[in-house]
Design a protein around this ligand. Structure first.
Ligand code: ADP
Length: 617
């Protein structure tokens, strides 16, 4: 019955991608941090180790230099055998696996293990020599252009026992090995660090995965709920934030299910109300598309819910006046009430079309711009029956006026004739008075019938029920109408089976029913016809019938002849009021019975009515 516009949410994609992303978002910073920390630590440690090695080397070189300086000092003091200095330097250098240089106080190289000292420049301004002379020891690291690699130089002054400086003893070692050691060490530390970093990163990924797992599961549950499984839940497995989230989620899910159930119930109730309403209800959106239609509206518009929903109002209700009312409602923005005749289906509808969804002037502006969110409520009230009753009532008034006028005109004419002198003609006056009497009887009969019907309809005429033999109901009316039937050239037959049970009836009224039926039979049967009155037991009832060979009743009129004032054949029904059958129906129903007619046009009609069998007597 309902059609609702669906709100489209962006597709969250597959459940693995975004949560995999969350897992990596958590893990990656840790992995990066671990790698940077390991790298930093590696660089720091290997630098420290190198420095310690260099410090050791420096201390060792200084100690060696001091030892050699002590040995060489007496030779320099004597100044005797300077030529042997080169040789000494070479032998020391060999045992130290380094380079030994003996420098005089003036900076001239006096002994050298690896070079030709005569080719060497003055060494007084070498940094280590300067430091040795000023501070008592000195060292320096630099690239030796002569040897082609990095060296560490350490120098101490050569002094006499009295403290006189005779020169400088310098010992040097190539740094290559230390650097090689340091770089090997750095590699090893780096490798170890990398291993640790890898393990730590792996751990970070696993931990992140485990942390986000419940969130992933929760997403799965949410997706199941979105797909309609409102009972999907997840058990909280921890007391942490994720556990709290799970509990909050479950609580929310419970509330959603409650609300969905309540909404569904309310919707069901509303749908039931709408579907059982006698009035047609239809809702269109702002553009005229049908969003709701109830059973009554579908019936009145000769469509079905499936054919109507989602289609335009003009397609669903293809009646020009209805479409015009809808358009007027949209243009004016206010309720429109109008009568519409749908002649194709013989319907007479009151259409009430109301705009809804707009309350403020801004809303009206929005509507003028064709914004959606508005709608129109179309209510169709079926006034066909009311209208028909109205027509019948109007017909009756004109009919009854006509019927009253005929005897009144007769009376007036008779009075005028009497006044004009006929009153003096005694036999004529008597005849006129008799006719006047007859006219007054007709009028009285008509008024009586009207009063009787009004009494029965308003329930002011209680039935006096008593067990009654059927022939007491049937015979008196037959006797009463027999002269009239004979005058009309119609033959009466009564067929009553001997063993009929008595009926429970108000005998006067039951006779009235039969009188009315037989009266009609006589009236609508041409001379030479046959009228048969019969009765037969039928279960708890006795069915009484009046059959004629008259003009019959058109099939279209048959269902309506029991309505008040209805006349199928106006020309023939003559003086009838159209009340006889209505009175009969009320009386029979008052007895708890049924009354109906069968007829073939041109061949005759049979009227039946039932009266209950008087039980227990
Ligand atoms: P009326 O006073 O016009 O007879 P009724 O209520 O008795 O009013 O009957 C209603 C209409 O039913 C009649 O006008 C007539 O058209 C039709 N009708 C009733 N009885 C018969 C009948 N036996 N044969 C044909 N038509 C009948």
């Amino acid at each position: 019955m309902f059609r609702h516009p669906r709100r489209e949410w962006p597709d969250p994609g597959s459940s693995t991608t975004p949560l995999g992303g969350l897992r990596w978002r958590i893990a990656l910073p840790y992995v990066a941090l671990i790698l940077v920390a390991t790298l930093g630590l590696t660089v720091y440690i290997s630098n420290q180790v190198r420095q310690v090695r260099l410090d050791d080397l420096e201390a060792q070189l200084l100690a060696d230099a001091r030892l050699l300086a002590g040995t060489v000092a007496p030779l320099l003091q004597d100044g005797t055998d300077l030529g042997a200095l080169d040789e000494m330097a070479r032998s020391w250098a060999a045992s130290l696996e380094g380079r030994v240089t003996i420098i005089g106080a003036d900076g001239i190289v006096l002994g050298e293990s690896h070079e030709d000292r005569t080719q060497m420049d003055n060494h007084l301004h070498r940094p280590e020599v300067q430091l040795a002379l000023s501070d008592g020891q000195g060292s320096s690291m630099r690239y030796s252009a002569t040897l082609g690699y990095e060296m560490m130089y350490a120098a101490v002054p050569i002094e006499t026992d009295e403290g006189q400086v005779l020169g400088t003893m310098r010992v040097a070692l190539p740094l290559g090995e230390i650097e090689a050691n340091a770089s090997r060490l750095r590699h090893e530390i780096m490798l170890a660090g990398l291993g640790v970093a890898l393990v730590a990163a792996l751990l970070a990924v696993v931990v992140a995965g485990r942390t986000t797992e419940p969130v992933r599961q929760l997403t799965g549950v949410a997706e199941r709920m979105a797909a309609g499984d409102l009972d999907a839940r997840q058990f909280p497995t921890s007391r942490d934030e994720v556990g709290q989230l799970t509990r909050a989620f479950n609580h929310m899910a419970d509330r959603i299910r409650e609300q969905v159930t309540t909404l569904a119930e309310e919707r069901g109730r509303l749908a039931a109300v709408l579907d059982h309403m006698a009035d047609g209800v239809l809702i269109t959106d702002g553009n005229g598309q049908v969003e709701l239609i109830n059973a009554a509206a579908a019936r009145l518009l000769d469509t079905s819910e499936e054919r109507a929903l989602g289609h335009s109002f003009a397609q669903v209700a293809p009646y020009h006046p209805l479409i015009e009312i809808w358009k007027a409602c949209r243009e004016r923005g206010e309720e429109q009430v109008e009568m519409v005749e749908v002649s194709r289906h013989g319907l007479f509808l009151q259409a009430i079309i109301t705009p809804f969804g707009y309350t403020t002037s801004q809303d009206r502006q929005d509507r003028a711009q064709g914004a959606d969110g508005e709608g129109y409520l179309v209510i169709l009230q079926d006034l066909t029956r009311v209208r028909r009753l109205e027509t019948v009532r109007r017909d009756f008034i004109s009919n009854i006026s006509h019927e009253l006028r005929t005897p009144l005109a007769g009376l007036k004419a008779l009075v005028d004739t009497l006044r004009g002198g006929a009153i003096k003609d005694r036999p004529a006056a008597k005849r006129f008075l008799k006719r006047m009497d007859a006219e007054v009887d007709t009028l009285t009969q008509m008024v009586e019938e009207l009063l009787e019907l009004s009494r029965i309809e308003s329930g002011q005429a209680p039935l006096r029920m008593a067990p009654t033999p059927v022939n007491e109901v049937v015979v008196p009316p037959v006797d009463r109408l027999r002269p009239q039937a004979e005058r009309a050239g119609v033959e009466f037959t009564v067929l009553l089976p001997p063993e009929l049970p008595p009926v429970l009836a108000d005998v006067e009224r039951a006779r009235l029913v039969l009188t009315n039926l037989m009266h009609n039979a006589v009236k609508f049967t041409p001379p030479g016809g046959q009228i048969t009155v019969g009765a037969r037991p039928a279960g708890e009832d006795v069915t009484i019938s009046v059959q004629d060979t008259g003009v019959g009743i058109p099939a279209d009129d048959l269902p309506r002849i029991f309505e008040r004032f209805y006349k199928a054949d106006r020309a023939r029904s003559g003086g009838g009021t159209g009340l006889g059958l209505a009175i009969a129906k009320h009386i029979v129903q008052g007895h708890g019975g049924r009354i109906w007619a069968e007829s073939v046009e041109g061949e005759g009609s049979t009227f039946f009515f039932t009266l209950p069998v008087a039980t227990g007597r």
